[in-house]
Design a protein around this ligand. Structure first.
Ligand SMILES: [Zn+2]
Length: 88
């Protein structure tokens, strides 16, 4: 059974790890910003989900916003490998 002390120790270790990573991230973001100032390199919030519909306007799964993989593998689907034999 973990003691409060050991848990606190873990939390403190993780907290310092997180701030070290945040410092590292800030440093990398400033480097990237210097290289490409027109791009927003700050990802404090998670990036928006990738919008397949822009690249695959004919994917039925994307049109219906289907969460399942299978819906995106049909004809013109964004996950369609194009190697299926359509019998043509
Ligand atoms: Zn899709």
């Amino acid at each position: 059974m973990a003691t409060i002390e050991s848990l606190l120790e873990k939390v403190n270790a993780l907290t310092s790890e997180v701030s070290a990573l945040k410092d590292q991230q800030a440093h990398l973001v400033s480097l990237l910003s210097a290289l490409k100032p027109d791009t927003n390199w700050n990802h404090d919030s998670p990036p928006p989900p990738y919008d397949h519909s822009t690249d695959y306007p004919l994917c039925q799964g994307c049109i219906g916003n289907e969460p399942g993989q299978m819906a995106h593998m049909g004809y013109m689907g964004c996950l369609n490998s194009g190697t299926q034999d359509d019998g043509l």
